[in-house]
Design a protein around this ligand. Sequence first.
Ligand SMILES: Nc1ncnc2c1ncn2[C@@H]1O[C@H](COP(=O)(O)OP(=O)(O)OP(=O)(O)O)[C@@H](O)[C@H]1O
Length: 228
Amino acid sequence: MIEISDLIYTWQNHAHPTLQIKHLQVNDGEKVFLHGPSGSGKSTLLGLLTGTTPIQHGSVSVLGQSLAKLSGTKRDRFRADHIGTIFQNFNLLPYLSPLENVTLGCEFSPRRTKRACDERGQVVAQAHYLLNALGLDDNLLSRSVSELSIGQQQRVAAARAFIGQPEVIIADEPTSALDADTREAFIATLFGQAEKYQATVIFVSHDNSLSHLFDRKISLPSINEASQ
Ligand SMILES: Nc1ncnc2c1ncn2[C@@H]1O[C@H](COP(=O)(O)OP(=O)(O)OP(=O)(O)O)[C@@H](O)[C@H]1O
């Protein structure tokens, strides 16, 4: 479960808080669509949830762990163990193959390495399985990711997020480069894996037409509304 209470976050040199959330709870396995105008703080919230941005005020607890109580190093470790991320630009290493990019998801987490090995003997075997499950054919798995289409790269990023069964998947506009049909198909594939591993999904998008696919929609107000 993710639980936020009395969260206030103000970026340096900003006159008003970017985020003010009194209370928000996301249950295990829930798939949430996070929406809001540009600048409303969606990426800021994801940074707080993943522990890349330290909490200033209030509390954020992920899987029962209060992030404010962890040092930066411990938050990094917590993220590596429990949170899979998919970003708009995918953050793949272009000179590595899809298989190598996906195994990187376990690189900083013995826990995820163990889970991948428990499932399929070796991390690389689990990477191969996930890439196939997300729709990437065997003939693409050893090429350099820079040779793949945007849609194929997105599947590699998703496989990397899922490897080692992190409990939470955070996706920041992962479908913005895709056409409408491909977007829905990608979300369906994403949900297939999330349900298999009972992962909680927080998905940010500007595209409100996708919200009906999710269990719940959370809208952040614009900064002007929030500061009134
Ligand atoms: N690293 C940063 N340093 C200073 N201010 C920042 C930083 N990141 C975000 N902000 C500010 O916080 C506010 C919210 O930005 P954020 O990126 O969280 O919004 P968003 O809802 O994700 O926007 P978008 O939909 O355009 O991606 C903006 O005013 C932005 O300038």
